[in-house]
Design a protein around this ligand. Structure first.
Ligand code: HEM
Length: 139
């Protein structure tokens, strides 16, 4: 059996982060706010790690090969949404300061929802990119 490639590891990593996102949403619904914040912090740190170790170097190694304009557009949209999500996520957990009171956070509910939606769209585009670059499912 061949060793997994970096992109397969990244895909698996991103799916694990998605599971953590679902867990963190369930914790929020059960009003376990501290645990919600903590799992969100873990998801954000893991995401930034996979960005720095795999996705950022991959952008630079792409050069200007035979990719079509549409693929570049998808990469650009994926990267822009991904960076925005990471900045918003860092700001949300950064302004929380691991406090037990969540009064401050409640006021940022709209930003949290926006971050979750942007995260999901970035993830979807990433999976699409992976299918295009590494499988023959999209001609
Ligand atoms: C919320 C943030 C992000 C999520 C959820 C995410 C998710 C994903 C997923 C699922 C893949 C497919 C796995 C793979 O083929 O490696 C991927 C690939 C990729 N992502 Fe992201 N990503 C995010 C942020 C970013 C950012 C900010 C950049 C910009 C540098 C970026 C650039 C790439 C590139 C270039 C690939 C293709 C990597 C390869 O050659 O395998 N991503 N991303």
């Amino acid at each position: 059996m061949n060793a997994p490639t970096l992109s397969q590891i990244n895909l698996a990593f991103q799916i694990i982060i998605l599971v953590i996102l679902f867990v963190t949403l369930a914790l929020w619904q059960k009003h376990k706010n501290f645990l919600h914040g903590l799992t969100m912090l873990i998801a954000i740190v893991l995401n930034i790690a996979s960005f720095l170790v795999i996705m950022l170097p991959s952008v630079f190694s792409m050069g200007i090969p035979q990719l079509s304009d549409v693929v570049y557009l998808v990469i650009f949209a994926h990267a822009t949404l991904g960076v925005t999500t990471m900045i918003l996520g860092l700001w949300l957990v950064g302004s929380w300061h691991l406090q037990s009171s969540v009064q401050n956070c409640a006021a940022k509910k709209k930003v949290m929802r926006l971050t979750a939606v942007l995260w999901l769209v970035a993830l979807l585009l990433g999976v699409l990119l992976h299918v295009y670059l590494y499988t023959s499912l999209i001609p």
